[in-house]
Design a protein around this ligand. Structure first.
Ligand SMILES: Cc1cc2nc3c(=O)[nH]c(=O)nc-3n(C[C@H](O)[C@H](O)[C@H](O)COP(=O)(O)OP(=O)(O)OC[C@H]3O[C@@H](n4cnc5c(N)ncnc54)[C@H](O)[C@@H]3O)c2cc1C
Length: 441
């Protein structure tokens, strides 16, 4: 495309600092972005023009889907905002989802046709970032990660080509899209295979006692529990607006058999201090949370800690995680059960790391002046590193930066080498670099 054609094709959708829409366009879930250029693309052709414009101006590209990543606010580069590509259509059990759609929209359409997918836990999170990074959801043990349910995609490449991808047409690219992040182009359409689902059994178990016996009970019951059951443990301080304060377990059973769900969690219900709250039948979209909007007057503080995919949640890991939470008054602890369908996927089907993991763990102390001093920060970091050392990989979607060191902690060397080969094929100039960047081999 020649230069004048690019500008004509994009019309007013290319926005620069000083333009009237600039401040609205650069607002992310995690803060205010500072790119050199934003293009709001509302068609595949717009995406192609935006990629060409970025190339003409020598700008690296950031793709904005649902806008929930912590790194969308990186300075410089061109942001291609594809929020308007949000069509969701159904053909039997195959759901085709625009690259900028959000999970709430997908859940509502699927539920109206008796279908479901395992996505994340929040309706406003983007299908794009969550799926390309993996996607650990509330029904992950039943159906695997969001990316495990991905069967095809349409991608606009760095060269401006529109490529249809599936396991037959482009097996290497398909493998990389399942967990390799936004490194390979702009995904303008995701195709998922949905599952029959009339309703779910869901609810919360409050925890009014020491976390340790509860975590042990949760760990011990899952290897024998049907894979319909996924459990998520959360302990959140009052200052975190993302969820109600206190410790609880979110129970989700992928199906409408209330008796089976209650039987599966019976050992947990028998654990002292576990108080069932509102366990019952729900429509699938109703279990997704409404995340809080970004508030520029009260930005979320950073935190000291991290996340890891744990092969074993042994007693020592439980002790360290519980002690981390207790040592830091303003800290968060999250544990998500894996195994089941998550563990069925062989490494040559997806780039996502650590299929041997049985738990995902995240812990962080909020870095707020007055709450965490230099000694506390150093202690929290040491404590976290001892926990992460037991893990088999970091989950990129729950990190707060795109520093290269994260990429090396996310993927084992053979996976990273294979991703680098795919990158060399589809983005040899590394235009799509403003992410957890896989450098071309
Ligand atoms: C409130 C909240 C709840 C969350 N819950 C969960 C959860 O339950 N499970 C979980 O696994 N994660 C969860 N996450 C993490 C989430 O997966 C990441 O923040 C993810 O990056 C969000 O995707 P997005 O499209 O909204 O973000 P964006 O910032 O728009 O995108 C993130 C990155 O993904 C890439 N990208 C996005 N769309 C495309 C596309 N169409 N084509 C090419 N590249 C693209 C780009 O590299 C971009 O930098 C949560 C995050 C928040 C803030």
């Amino acid at each position: 495309m020649v230069n004048d054609d690019i500008s004509a094709a994009l019309g007013g959708s290319a926005i620069r600092p000083g333009d009237p829409d600039w401040d609205a366009a650069r607002r992310f879930h995690s803060g205010i972005g500072d790119p050199a250029l934003i293009v709001r693309a509302s068609s595949v052709e717009d995406v192609r023009s935006a990629v060409a414009l970025a190339a003409r101006e020598g700008l690296e590209i950031m793709v904005r889907g649902g806008g929930h990543s912590a790194w969308g606010t990186l300075p410089g580069g061109a942001t291609i905002d594809i929020a308007a590509l949000d069509d969701v259509t159904l053909d039997g059990t195959r759901v085709r989802v625009g690259g900028g759609a959000r999970w709430g929209d997908v859940a509502r359409l699927l539920s109206s046709r008796g279908l479901g997918l395992s996505s994340g836990d929040t309706a406003s999170v983007g299908v794009g970032g969550l799926t390309l990074g993996g996607g650990i959801g509330l029904m992950v043990r039943a159906w695997g990660l969001a990316c495990d349910q991905l069967v095809g995609a349409q991608v606009v490449t760095a060269a401006g080509d529109v490529v249809e991808v599936d396991d037959v047409a482009q097996p290497e690219l398909m493998w990389a899209l399942r967990g390799g992040g936004g490194n390979f182009g702009v995904v303008t359409r995701f195709d998922f295979e949905a599952h029959p689902l009339t309703a779910v059994v869901a609810g919360e178990l409050g925890i009014e006692s020491d976390a340790r016996p509860v975590l042990r009970a949760m760990r011990d019951l899952l290897p024998h529990a049907p894979r319909e059951l996924t459990l998520t443990y959360m302990d959140v301080p009052p200052m975190d607006p993302s969820a109600p304060a206190g410790a609880s377990i979110a129970v989700v059973w992928a199906g409408d058999d209330e008796n089976a769900a209650r039987a599966a969690i019976a050992p947990l219900l028998a654990t002292p201090g576990v108080v069932p709250r509102d366990l019952g039948l729900r429509a699938y979209p109703d279990i997704l949370l409404d995340g809080p909007e970004f508030d520029p007057d009260a930005p979320m503080p950073g935190f000291v800690g991290g996340n890891t995919l744990l092969p074993r949640l042994d007693d020592d890991a439980i002790e360290r995680l519980a002690a981390f939470r207790e040592a830091n008054a303003a800290s968060v602890l999250l544990l998500r059960s894996l195994g089941g369908a998550y563990g069925d996927v062989p490494p040559d089907v997806s780039a996502f790391p650590a299929r041997e993991a049985t738990w995902f763990a995240m812990a962080g102390a909020f870095d707020v002046p007055g709450l965490l001093d230099a000694a506390g920060r150093a202690r929290a970091l040491d404590d976290w590193q001892a926990i992460e050392a037991r893990g088999a990989g970091v989950y990129g979607n729950f990190t707060t930066s795109t520093d290269q060191s994260w990429v090396e902690r996310m993927y084992a060397p053979p996976t990273l080498a294979r991703l680098a080969e795919v990158k060399r094929t589809w983005d040899p100039g590394n235009v799509f670099s403003r992410n957890h960047n896989v450098r071309p081999a």
